[in-house]
Design a protein around this ligand. Structure first.
Ligand code: OSB
Ligand code: MG
Length: 372
């Protein structure tokens, strides 16, 4: 398929509830969508970069610029056989993985639609139903957090993850466990601690957590390996893992026993699959992370989660937890058993609501071969 044009759009989507991590609170998501136009077939991708460089060093405006100046020109006018083929075409650009992922995944999406097969099959997935969990941000009070947990448990979610940071950790986990002794519970620090706090982190062991996600520095693997030796609780790495070599280092050094794969963080489906395979070969389970995606990115996360080693519930939850109205049809729904059923229609199985996309668009640029 020849890549004839690429449309870049920025949407403003207000969240139904603010989302707070150890590094920021956000109320509105700037959603960057990439559409590839290939001989009558369209593919969609979402760039998960945030408004500011706080989760990673990418942000919405850097991704926009990287795409228009370097990534789009690398594929425009080219004939691409498969989405996978596009990864080497983008590899001259170092880093900027979230920008790359949006474009690469749009091409996988286009390939699936062109071949009239489901994206999950193209990715070599096997699951027809995926288990899901929720990530609940830091709230204004512990009572508010407990109320939220109660709602999500009633909805059927199979794992509750709460965000922690110094001052919002032990007393939060204590209150949760006092009320729900047996639920599958984990926490995510988004790099809020240092190795000096090992003793403090060791006290988390009493809560029987499934894992503690990214306790230390966002760019570290080595010291996580040291910390893991001191903890009974399994460490799960998120921010530190950018590619399959990172994953290999992390599992070989014992820096984590579980790994979170975010397709944006690692640069697209092809790298996500490689990381999945590394972990499978080392018998390290993985789960699909989330970045408060619109339906476009959410549908891609669902397709990725069908790979066999995505054996733990992911942060891939229902559209209505995030948006009053999602930009796909149908919206993502979760069964009372806390699972998402995989759709068999070609592509993601979800249709992009272009009318609504257009309405929410605040910036748009169409890139063509040779155009500056
Ligand atoms: O660390 O997993 C994270 C959201 C933004 C940035 C980082 C993270 C998150 C989440 C949200 O935890 C997961 C979701 O999409 O629900
Ligand atoms: Mg995380």
């Amino acid at each position: 398929m020849k890549v004839e044009a690429i449309t870049l759009r920025e949407l403003q989507m207000p969240l139904v509830h603010f989302f707070e991590t150890s590094f920021a609170r956000i109320n509105t998501r700037r959603v960057l969508l990439v559409t590839v136009h290939c001989e009558g077939v369209e593919g969609w991708g979402e760039c998960v970069a945030d408004d500011g460089p706080f989760y990673s060093d990418e942000f919405t405006d850097s991704a926009w610029l990287t795409t228009t100046r370097f990534l789009a020109p690398a594929v425009l006018g080219k004939t691409i056989v498969s989405g996978r083929d596009s990864a080497p075409m983008l590899s001259r650009v170092r880093g900027h993985r979230m920008a790359k992922a949006a474009l690469e995944n749009a091409l996988w999406d286009a390939e699936a639609r062109q071949r009239q097969i489901p994206l999950w099959k193209l990715l070599a997935g096997t699951r027809k139903e995926i288990p899901t969990g929720v990530s609940i941000g830091i709230q204004d009070s512990i009572e508010q957090l407990l109320e939220k947990i109660e709602i999500e448990l009633a909805a059927g979610y199979r794992r509750i993850k709460v965000k922690v940071k110094p001052g919002w950790d032990l007393k939060v986990l204590e209150r949760i466990r006092a009320r729900w002794a047996d639920i599958v519970l984990s926490c995510d620090a988004n790099s809020a601690y240092t190795l000096d706090e090992t003793e403090h982190l060791r006290t988390f062991d009493q809560f029987n957590l499934l894992m503690i996600e990214q306790p230390l520095w966002n760019d570290d693997i080595y010291y996580h390996a040291r910390l893991q030796k001191e903890l009974r609780t399994s460490i799960c790495l998120d921010e530190s893992i950018h590619h399959a070599r990172d994953a290999a280092q992390a599992v070989e050094t014992g820096a984590c026993r579980i790994l979170n794969i975010k397709v944006g963080r690692v640069g697209g489906f092809s790298e996500a699959i490689k990381i999945h395979d590394v972990c499978r070969n080392h018998k390290v389970p993985v789960w699909c992370g989330g970045m408060l995606e619109s339906g476009v990115g959410r549908a891609h996360n669902i397709a990725l989660s069908t790979l066999e080693n995505f054996s733990l519930p992911g942060d891939v939850s229902a559209s209505r937890r995030y948006w009053k109205e999602d930009i796909i049809d149908p919206e993502v729904q979760v069964t009372p058993q806390g699972t998402i059923l995989i759709r068999d229609d070609p592509g993601t199985g979800y249709r992009v609501r272009e009318d609504l996309v257009e309405k929410l668009t605040v910036r748009k640029e169409i890139l063509r071969t040779g155009a500056k």
